[in-house]
Design a binder for this molecule. Sequence first.
Ligand code: 3PG
Length: 213
Amino acid sequence: MQKIYDRIRATGIIPVVVMDDADKAEALAGALCEGGLPCAEVTFRTAAAEETIRRMKKSNPDMLVGAGTVLTKEQADRAIGAGAGFLVSPGFNPEVCMYAMEKGVPFIPGVMTPTEIEQAMAHGITMLKFFPATAAGGVKMLSALASPYQAVSFMPTGGISADNAAEFLTLKNVYACGGSWMVKKDLIAGGAFDRIREMCREAADIVARVRMK
Ligand code: 3PG
């Protein structure tokens, strides 16, 4: 499992994808990989999620494809069956989280309060998602959480963009950011894969710049 967390950290920005049409999975996966973000969190908010994960993995076997918005054990099973390498949820549901972890698949639960962080820690989960990041206090909140909770780190998601990603990635308790800005639904629906590739490159450059410092 550590290997997966390491890959998420190395990628730095995880594209959060909402797919309406699994037929676009291969082209999108290609654009993400060529753009330098060989990773995706495919959200279980649409019927196409499971098939999208399967097709992304088949067309780009080296890509790290995870599932997002995993709210139930049944969704966790479907995501894992389709080849998801990690699972993410907006909140912390210990039952679903531990179910996936027991199957050997890393689960990154969402938290936004000290109480939720402590609940996750009590279950041995230290790689967390901070959601909804900007609405829940953004960089200030994450900085305030750093001192009391030194054993955990976060993937802020929700409201992250090319304009603020660097501020988040600079924080010591942030291992990656999640965001949909480079994979907006209209870009995917319109087949704007060149633009997606370009925005991924810009995002990958942000990560490289922050990590060089
Ligand atoms: C989501 O819930 O869709 C993710 O948090 C992505 O949020 P964003 O669209 O603000 O990047």
